[in-house]
Design a protein around this ligand. Structure first.
Ligand code: AGP
Length: 608
């Protein structure tokens, strides 16, 4: 949820910290702060609001020093104000923290009663700072104090710690919140994700849970919570700076929508076999899987969940196996009935969503085989699943997920093809799906070429207070995802229903003030869906339609129509979602909201 950054090396720390925070601002942007340790004194500067406020505060008197930490916050404990902003200090100790200390209240009470500690903020993080400070009084090193403190903590943390009296050292620790080390010849960078270190180094090491890194300029040691030394292999990050810049677009969101023809080609590259009518996923190469499993169990949150819901329709048709799907936040506490013959599909862009990661660990505890559809390389989910595939959609910086959703759905088609063809899917059907996937980039581009038309529609409907999306079969999960996109970036109240459900209650909402966005493309349920459309029109609903190119009959219902190319039923929902991404984007722009960093949101929900 928050972004944390640390630097220890030969250069000035402040520019590295600010640059890293700017790149991770999408992880949370309620407040931001830095701490620099120089000549035995730590200077802390923090501000409410976005990083630009912090940069302005630092301009006049930039703190010196070659060692520092920084934080951009998504508030969990304590309102987003300057007092609750990180870094937090307790005497000689200064920390930044991403996560939740679940037993902070008991720890706080004990620190007050036994150690007469006083607190300035309402945060759990400040409690951790005092806990480390208390332990530091009786331990020989900062890392020993951090370990002693963290052994008392319940909850999650990615934490960076400075000690005024150990100016050549930066200590980091993680449990449940991502933390990586960037390594160069004369500096160590610590960050929540790789976007913060691009351009400084391409050498990274990922900390595992319950590990501590002790960093000095250009050197690091890792120990576990039994104080045993740990070794990790270095990974090379392939990302270029361009991947995390707007490249001339007004917003990351528009860039990420517009680059989908390329990202679709990227996820498909080397994974399609037209001749055999199948896909080639390394993580599913053991043919035994195709016959061992009796069902899928899909887990995800938000947009990833909706990709899984759409994937349920696609997988069942391709493999003949039942698919159960659960919100990760429900699954982990539901005491689900799961047997070992299920394949757990873990859907996540960031690979760090706390509920999704916890659900993965619950499945592994029950000895359920897991397969991840993950975008962020080296993320926790990517490293903990039994097998998986990277979505290759590139960094998704905008908080609202678009290209990752498309990639997640395509991932389901690739999984369905490989397992389906290993079971009963006929080669001709497999080849048809492969051809449909190969046609996707150009078809998506043809929809993106309609963005001026879609922008006009967005301007026309941007003032509606309520919007309802209606879709049937594979267009129902698309309706849910489209409604989420509009909600989260334009703040308009939007709902979605299976269009056959309208007459069971929601039809009462139909009136001229309600915009109804209705999917009625040519498919096997076209006529059935048309009667649902009639129900809406008969009650005077305001209609925006999504239909198949050439279907003139739609004009009898509304003048406001977005056409998509005719396509396979397997790829039609992917195409139908593209104009909805653009529509939500242009409505948000028209309404002047913060498109890339909408209020109250963060890109990766790494807390419960
Ligand atoms: C999507 O637009 C939202 N930002 C959110 O629902 C997101 O999809 C969800 O938090 C899951 O994130 P993940 O894919 O990184 O696990």
């Amino acid at each position: 949820m928050c972004g944390i950054i640390g630097y220890i090396g030969k250069d000035k720390a402040l520019p590295v910290l600010l640059d890293g925070l700017r790149r991770m601002e999408y992880r949370g942007y309620d407040s931001a702060g830095v701490a620099l340790l120089d000549e035995g004194k730590t200077t802390v500067v923090k501000r409410q609001g976005k990083i630009v406020n912090l940069a302005v505060a630092l301009k006049e008197h930039p703190p010196a020093g070659h060692l520092g930490i920084g934080h951009t916050r998504w508030a969990t404990h304590g309102v987003p104000n300057e007092l609750n902003a990180h870094p937090h200090q307790a005497g000689r100790i200064t920390i930044v923290h991403n996560g939740i200390i679940e037993n902070y209240a008991e720890l706080k009470a004990e620190l007050k009663a036994k150690h007469h500690r006083t607190f300035l903020s309402d945060t759990d993080t400040e409690v951790l700072a005092h806990l480390i400070a208390v332990e530091r009084d009786t331990t020989k090193s900062l890392e020993a104090a951090v370990l002693a403190a963290l052994l008392q903590v319940e909850g999650t943390f990615g934490v960076l710690v400075l000690d005024d009296q150990e100016p050549g050292k930066l200590v980091a620790a993680r449990r449940g919140s991502p933390l990586l080390l960037g390594i160069s010849a004369d500096a160590i960078y610590l960050a929540s994700d790789a976007t913060a270190v691009i351009g400084h180094t391409d050498r990274v090491v990922y900390l595992d849970d319950d590990e501590i890194a002790v960093c000095t300029p250009g050197k690091y040691d890792i120990i576990d919570f039994e104080a045993q030394a740990r070794q990790h292999e270095e990974h090379k990050i392939e990302l270029e700076l361009g991947a995390i810049e707007k490249a001339g677009y007004d917003h990351f969101l528009l860039k990420e929508i517009m680059e989908q023809p390329r990202t679709i080609a990227d996820i498909l590259r080397g994974r399609l076999d037209l001749e055999a009518g199948t896909s080639r996923l390394g993580g599913l190469s053991d043919p035994q899987i195709y016959h061992d499993i009796t069902r899928f169990l899909t887990i995800g949150c938000g947009t990833a969940y909706y990709a899984g819901l759409l994937g349920q329709y696609l997988l069942e048709r391709l493999t003949g196996l039942p698919v159960d799907i659960e919100f990760a936040s429900e699954f982990r506490y539901r005491e689900p009935i799961v047997d070992g013959r299920a394949l757990g599909l873990i859907i996540t862009q960031s690979g760090e969503t706390a509920d999704t990661l916890a659900s993965l660990r619950e499945l592994k505890r029950r000895d359920i085989r897991t397969f991840g559809l993950v975008n962020v390389i080296g993320s926790s989910v990517a490293r903990e699943v039994d097998g998986g595939m990277y979505l290759h959609a590139g960094p998704e910086i905008s908080v609202a997920s678009t290209k990752a959703f498309t990639a997640q759905v395509i991932g389901h088609l690739l999984v369905g093809l490989q397992i389906g063809r290993g079971r009963q899917l006929p080669i001709t059907e497999g080849q048809a799906v492969v051809k449909a996937l190969q046609a996707l980039p150009a078809q998506v581009q043809s929809i993106l070429d309609q963005r001026v038309h879609i922008q006009k529609l967005a301007k026309k409907f941007a003032r509606h207070k309520n919007v309802m999306y209606l879709g049937r079969d594979t267009l129902y999960p698309v309706a849910l995802e489209a409604a989420l996109k509009l909600k989260e970036i334009s703040y308009i109240h939007a709902e979605a229903y299976a269009s056959g459900e309208m007459k069971h209650g929601p039809v009462a909402l139909i009136d001229p003030d309600l915009l109804v966005i209705f999917f009625n493309p040519k498919n096997s349920l076209y006529d059935k869906t048309r009667s649902n459309l009639e129900e809406v029109r008969a009650r005077g609903g305001r209609l925006l339609l999504v239909g198949t190119e050439g279907d003139e009959s739609l004009k009898a219902f509304s003048e406001d129509i977005i056409y998509i190319p005719d396509s396979s039923p397997y790829t039609q929902p992917i195409l139908a979602n593209i104009p909805m991404q653009l529509f939500a984007y242009y409505v948000a722009v028209e309404r002047g909201t913060d498109v890339d960093q909408p209020r109250n949101l963060a890109k990766s929900v790494t807390v419960e």
